[in-house]
Design a protein around this ligand. Sequence first.
Ligand SMILES: [Zn+2]
Length: 236
Amino acid sequence: MRYLLLVILLSPALAALWLWQQWPGAERVPAQYNPFAPVNVDDPLNALTTMKLKALGSDPERCAAALARARDAGAIDYATVGSPEIGQCQLENVVRVRSTSVAFSSSFLATCPMALAWTLYERHRLQPAAREIFDAPVSRVDHVGSFACRNVYGRESGRRSEHATAEALDVTGFRFADGSRARVIADWEDGGPRGEFLHRALSESCDTFGNALGPEYNAAHRDHFHLGMRGYGICR
Ligand SMILES: [Zn+2]
């Protein structure tokens, strides 16, 4: 809600910026502060990041180009899947993520914006936290899936889960290059480095994801983090 207000207040400034950026020879605003510049995995994250990722949801070509650039930079390996209908669920512009700077317990389907959101999160938040806390990068992420053709848990009719469109990943734990592990179910309450890492991993995920739910949200999330694309910065 606060972001919506921000967008409304900033609209005239955005329009002026857009016009300026169309002017031939105009000095360009650094990409991370220019809402119209393409998403680049090396750009620092800021308040525009989630907005830009969302906008890519309605611009498949631009998103595919950004993801291809991320692959060229060695940040992600994936296979393009397209827009299949699986069960009763229509997927839009999904890829199968095979690996990033980490291995995954299994490859997973992700919309193009979510694949980018993960890549940015990992590069700018997850790996720096791991190096600070464990002095070793995350080497593997354990998860229990991204796509499931179903409604939000506890609702028999109505709202489709973000998992029905492959717009959320359920992460259960992390393994580090030094052999350490941090598991949501076992280590969330841990007072040492594992707990510290998990709390940081969840709270900072909202710098690229729209919402992140963990053990303190409800009992259904006691063993995993739900990292999803809907919303703006709701992490709990
Ligand atoms: Zn979930």
